[in-house]
Ligand binder design. Structure first.
Ligand SMILES: Nc1ncnc2c1ncn2[C@@H]1O[C@H](COP(=O)(O)OP(=O)(O)O)[C@@H](O)[C@H]1O
Ligand SMILES: [Mg+2]
Length: 283
């Protein structure tokens, strides 16, 4: 198949095959758009960083995928279905930003993580051995195997963040959306998390990780978009995303000789049906 045939095929590719598809999408709260006119195509198995400074709209973009912020224009599909229409909730995992587990809930680590499994098996039916194993594995994966029976309220903020990561992992989602998963997590546990995400990614799970600093996950996340004032101004390899990419970012997008995305398209021509472009000059 020639490159041209491939390009043609990808232009006509239905959104059904995408993990995430945004076309001219505006997302916001009430009737006020925060994210505006965004095109984003994420294929199954990709590991995407959503970078951008504080207030740029990263969380709003992620929440839009979960139906927690409103799609005000354009089109947003998740695992082939318009937002909110996905039948099986367990297919998408979500770790919200900044949340810890409420101290008012007298639940153990295992119980909170078990809730993640509930999304997958439904409210009916008793947990099977496989369910219990998935919960135990998820707890081990975030390094809390020795805290399984402890009340979540007794854990530190960083440990509680890891409980929420485990809750999302337990559902064995096809798409895992995480908002600042490394925030408040110490360096050793960031490494643990990076290792877990690498495994999850190797199994084929699509990762979409919102972060203002991709450094700790630079070995896992390969592609990045940079959100700036609600618009995507970069879409390409993580290493070309500038300072926000952390260790992976070693050149400057404002350099006129820099052509972000070129190498990326050569390596992975299937990742976008549109030309990758820098949008610095756009309104
Ligand atoms: N629930 C909300 N209602 C109204 N505006 C919001 C809400 N949440 C965020 N915003 C606004 O959206 C903008 C982007 O916020 P956010 O998506 O949280 O950015 P980021 O995650 O990149 O820091 C900010 O100006 C913020 O004030
Ligand atoms: Mg945010």
């Amino acid at each position: 198949m020639t490159g041209r045939d491939l390009a043609e095929q990808h232009r006509t590719e239905p959104d059904l095959d995408l993990a995430v598809g945004l076309r001219g999408a505006s997302i916001g709260y009430g009737d006020v758009p925060v994210v505006q006119d965004v095109d984003l195509t994420v294929h199954p198995g990709e590991a995407l960083a959503v970078l951008g400074s504080n207030g740029s709209g990263k969380t709003t973009l992620a929440r839009g995928l979960l139906g927690l912020a409103s799609v005000l224009g354009g089109e947003v599909t998740v695992l082939g279905a318009p937002v909110g229409r996905l039948r099986e909730r367990g297919r998408v995992g979500y770790v919200p930003q900044r949340h810890t587990v409420s101290g008012a809930v007298p639940a153990t680590v295992r119980e909170v993580v078990g809730v993640g499994r509930l999304a997958r098996r439904g409210l009916l039916g008793r947990p099977t051995a496989a369910d219990r194993a998935a919960v135990a594995d998820a707890i081990d994966a975030v390094g809390l195997g020795d805290r399984t029976r402890d009340p979540v309220a007794s854990l530190s903020g960083g440990q509680q963040r890891r409980v929420l990561v485990a809750r999302a992992l337990a559902a064995e989602p096809e798409l895992l959306v995480m908002d600042e998963p490394t925030a408040g997590v110490d360096a050793a546990n960031q490494e643990t998390l990076a290792r877990v995400l690498a495994e999850v990614s190797a199994r084929g799970t699509t990762l979409l990780v919102v972060t203002h600093e991709a450094g700790p996950l630079a070995g896992v996340l390969t592609r990045a978009v940079v959100v700036d004032h609600g618009r995507i101004r970069y879409d390409g390899p993580l290493a070309g995303a500038g300072p926000l990419a952390g260790d992976a970012g070693h050149h400057h997008p404002e350099d006129p000789d820099d052509h972000p995305g070129t190498g990326y398209r050569q390596h992975q021509p299937w990742t976008s049906s549109r030309p990758v472009r820098a949008r610095d000059g756009e309104q």
